[in-house]
Design a binder for this molecule. Structure first.
Ligand code: ATP
Ligand code: MG
Length: 230
């Protein structure tokens, strides 16, 4: 099993392709320190999602190593790896049930107090308490009960409860109003505190708030640096 990690992520000479003879990356190397937020930027098809797929080991590399805290991801069980490396999907997953249940999904034995605390941290509490049913409000999987922004706040709270040290997040492209965007940015900042994060970034505010930006293209990281440096 993978022990609890600090969250250092190292790619060492990684060569990977989905199909033989069609490598997306060759000899890719980089190191991300515990707690760093990396914004992945680049044109469609450049390989942003591909990089993030290799850390929770959705795919195996052909050559080189992907390591978390110096441990090769191939040397531990998938379930223990994915406890430490969490993935937040772009399309927030909401199931039919109460808001409380939807947040608890991140940690099935969480108490009501823990759930409310998590919601407060990521700025979801305010909108939830204003709903007629509060945390007991029943939401539908495909209903329009919740706005896109609210669904994201719920998934932030859920992810906070599950507490992965490395977090991968493909940012939604759906348009949201400026007020919601500010709220989401605040919630996201709180969620990412103390975690290593790879964010496939679409919003300028996310890019600005990251520690480093990786520009992906042409089968490599073309440039890497902070928003000020680039
Ligand atoms: P986008 O901004 O559109 O999400 P991206 O930078 O995330 O793009 P990737 O999804 O990593 O790009 O794709 C990199 C390359 O790998 C593309 O040429 C894509 O067609 C290919 N690819 C991605 N996923 C698969 C897959 N599951 N099987 C085969 N090829 C894939
Ligand atoms: Mg992608």
């Amino acid at each position: 099993d993978m022990p609890p990690v600090r969250g250092e992520v190292l790619f060492e000479n990684v060569t990977f392709g989905y199909k033989e003879g069609q490598n997306i990356f060759e000899g890719l190397s980089f190191k991300v320190n515990p707690g760093e937020t990396i914004a992945l930027v680049g044109p469609t098809g450049a390989g942003k999602s591909t990089i993030t797929n290799l850390i929770p080991r959705f795919y195996d590399v052909q050559e080189g190593k992907v390591m978390v805290d110096g441990i090769d991801v191939r040397d531990v069980t998938l379930s223990s790896l994915r406890t430490e490396v969490g993935v937040m999907l772009q399309d927030t997953f909401i199931f039919s049930g109460t808001i409380m249940d939807n947040i608890r999904y991140g940690k099935l034995d969480a108490t009501e107090e823990e759930i409310i605390e998590a919601a407060k941290v990521v700025r979801a509490h305010d909108f939830i308490k204003d709903l007629k049913g509060g945390y007991q409000t029943y939401v539908q999987e495909r209903g329009s009960t919740l706005s896109a922004g609210q669904r994201q706040l719920i998934s932030f709270a859920r992810t906070l409860l599950s507490d992965p040290k490395v977090l991968i997040l493909d940012e939604a492209t759906s348009s949201i109003d400026t007020q919601t965007e500010v709220l989401l940015q605040e919630g996201l900042d709180r969620l990412l505190e103390g975690r290593t994060a790879f964010v496939v970034a679409h919003r300028l505010s996310t890019i600005r708030n990251s520690d480093r930006i990786f520009f992906i293209g042409d089968r490599k990281i073309l440039e890497s640096g902070s928003h000020q440096e680039l």
